[in-house]
Design a protein around this ligand. Structure first.
Ligand code: F6R
Length: 612
């Protein structure tokens, strides 16, 4: 989704803004632009559709626009096609206000009509230009007071926004405001910054302030001040970000995705080490202590996309160990459900970014019911992390590739910890079993490392199936949840249509699609269900399917049925999802490479989905 950056300080703004936009590319975009104010206080706006390189070339890497104060934007089109005129920054028709925006102004049509009647004109199809003109209108109406203009505009907007704003009459100040779209303020040695996420400004500062909903910020070269919507001062303490700015570099790798796949043993280890101390799991940091656990009878787990698939794994694993009732739901559906949550329920939301609009809304919906909410989140200080009652951070570091891999694996690690701890505290597993699980967990990073070694075999396999138009992923029980994630990985980056099914479900309709050469990926890691799934694999095989088997060799006959077998190391079945997913991630990656697609930035997708 759109990315925002702003800077006021000693440096030349344009090169810094372009560098920040470069870091924001991973969020997904189709056009980009910057506005910089020179020493004569003139504001230059340069914007263009297409890749950031076009903007970089147009401004000679920022050298053609001089000035130490500016704002920049990467746009992911919502209202109006990707084009130069629809790109941000947008300027009000009187030239007084320049704006960059992330979010959606739901009542933009109504506001646009009112502004037109007042004589305002528009050149673009965007909701953001409406905001620029609203700001200009309320600026004039409030005696050229920028703060009053921003507050009045914020109060009249329905929807989500993060704004970076410059007023012609207020040189050397960048104003910022937010409601439901992410925005942070960074305190660098030579000035101040605003950005959609910390990753964009990590090279300049690790000292970050978080803006809450309906708050404003003003940054100058020498300081920052915060106001609430009534324009009363708000005091804030900055947080120190733990991430290293180098951790988001691609290094020697061709793509972020393969770098992040290979980082999985390390991030799983770091995540486990955070919560296992002296051979015991300690989740107390998230408020999920033993006495709290004893009172929980039902769990709802919510997320979107891969985070929802992680939730599915959690459902199987918690139910397997505890017999507790666990429901999972896609966050965008849960938020509109008419459901009453009993006080003994716990809601777990899973999100890498911590900013996914639907997951945030689902969390708020759960909180309205007064139940305890726990977030599994990767990005420190993100909205979901701040709003949930408790947080368990995954230690995956910055994830840049749009297709998640390492954050998903770190989420699984946290899920195992929760399941084991719930079972232990509720006396559903013995002390001995608890210890044996923790022992197995300590081996998990190494097992994942072994899985990654199958890369060469997967590369050949990927070339073989890269011409396919469809693929089917099947599995039973928790393997079905793994199949869902494997299927999403393939389709989102290689554009091959793929579907995941519970293995027993195929024969209720979908098997009619199977013909000679149809690609079917069968996953078998659960001993107690292995023979059942094998029968389903035999069913597709006998109808001509080309079967790729992913298994921990729990069933010998599997290798006789599959056309190609990819073996994963043996571990307790409970942890097998963390291993089975590795060849599926690699398969998606190498198919995408074989097809020559943009691995890290697949079409139409955004890393952080901050609109509904
Ligand atoms: C797929 C993928 C997405 C995200 C989803 C939720 O590879 O990355 O499906 O999992 O958009 O994002 P977060 O986890 O940031 O809430």
């Amino acid at each position: 989704m759109c990315g925002i950056i702003g800077y006021v300080g000693d440096r030349q703004a344009a090169p810094l803004l372009l560098e920040g936009l470069d870091k924001l590319q991973y969020r997904g975009y189709d056009s980009a632009g910057i506005a910089v104010r020179d020493d004569q206080k003139q504001i230059s706006v340069v914007k263009t559709s297409g890749k950031l390189e076009v903007l970089v070339a147009k401004t000679d890497s920022g050298r053609t626009i001089r000035g130490r104060c500016g704002i920049g934007h990467t746009r992911w089109a919502t209202h109006g096609e990707p084009s130069g005129v629809n790109s941000h920054p947008h300027v009000s028709c009187d030239g007084k206000v320049v704006v960059v925006h992330n979010g959606i102004i739901e009542n933009y049509a109504e506001q646009k009509e009112k502004l037109k009647q007042r004589g305002f004109t528009f050149v673009s199809a965007t909701d953001t230009e409406v905001a620029a003109n609203m700001l200009a209108y309320y600026y004039r109406k409030n005696g050229n007071d920028p703060q009053k203009a921003i507050a009045a505009t914020m109060l009249r907007i329905k929807g989500s926004f993060a704004f970076g704003i410059m007023f012609e009459d207020y040189p050397d100040i960048v104003f910022a405001a937010r409601n439901d779209s992410p925005l942070v303020v960074g305190d660098a040695n030579d000035g101040y910054l605003i950005a959609s996420d910390t990753h964009a400004i990590l090279a300049y500062t690790k000292k970050i302030y978080y803006l809450n909903n309906m708050e404003l910020a003003m940054i100058t070269r020498d300081g920052v001040s915060f106001l609430n919507i009534d324009l009363e001062p708000v005091s804030k303490v900055p947080s120190e970000i733990a991430w290293d700015s180098n951790s988001s570099d691609k290094g020697e790798y061709d793509h972020y995705m393969i770098k992040e796949i290979e980082e999985q043993p390390k991030v799983v280890q770091q995540t486990l080490e955070r919560y296992i101390q002296n051979g015991k799991i300690d989740l107390g940091i998230s408020q999920l202590n033993d006495s709290h656990i004893k009172g929980i009878n039902r769990i709802y787990i919510l997320g979107c996309g891969s985070a929802y698939h992680a939730a599915q794994i959690a459902k199987y694993q918690i139910e397997n160990l505890t017999s507790m009732s666990v429901e999972t739901e896609i966050a965008s559906e849960f938020r509109y459900r008419n459901i009453r949550l009993e006080p003994s329920s716990m809601v777990i939301v899973i999100s890498q970014s911590g900013e996914t609009a639907d997951t945030l809304a689902a969390l708020r919906r759960a909180k309205e019911s007064g139940v305890f909410s726990l977030a599994i989140v990767n990005v420190q200080g993100s909205a979901i992390a701040r709003e949930a009652d408790g947080v368990l951070y995954t230690c995956a570091g910055p994830e840049i590739s749009v297709a998640t891999t390492k954050a998903y694996s770190a989420q699984l690690a946290v899920i195992y910890l929760i399941a084991i701890q719930l079972a232990y505290v509720k006396n559903m597993i013995s002390e001995q079993k608890y210890k044996s699980y923790i022992g197995e967990l300590s081996e998990l990073p190494e097992r994942i490392r072994e899985c990654i070694k199958c890369s060469e075999k997967i590369k050949d396999l990927a070339v073989a199936i890269s011409g396919s138009h469809h693929a089917f992923y099947i599995g039973r029980g928790v393997d079905c949840a793994v199949a869902m994630e494997g299927s999403l990985k393939l389709k989102e980056i290689s554009y091959i249509h793929s579907e995941a099914y519970a293995a027993g479900e195929l024969k209720h309709g979908t098997i009619s699609l199977i013909e000679n050469g149809s690609v079917v990926i069968g996953i078998i890691t659960q001993r107690r269900l292995a023979e059942k799934t094998l029968s389903n694999i035999q069913e597709v095989k006998s109808r001509g399917a080309y079967v790729i088997g992913i298994s921990n060799n729990c069933l010998e006959q599997m290798s006789e049925v599959a056309d190609v077998m990819v073996s994963i190391p043996s571990t307790d079945d409970f942890f097998a999802p963390s291993l089975a997913i590795i060849p599926l991630q690699l398969l998606a990656y190498y198919v995408c490479v074989a097809k020559g697609m943009d691995v890290d930035k697949p079409r139409n997708l955004a890393k952080s989905v901050t609109v509904e």
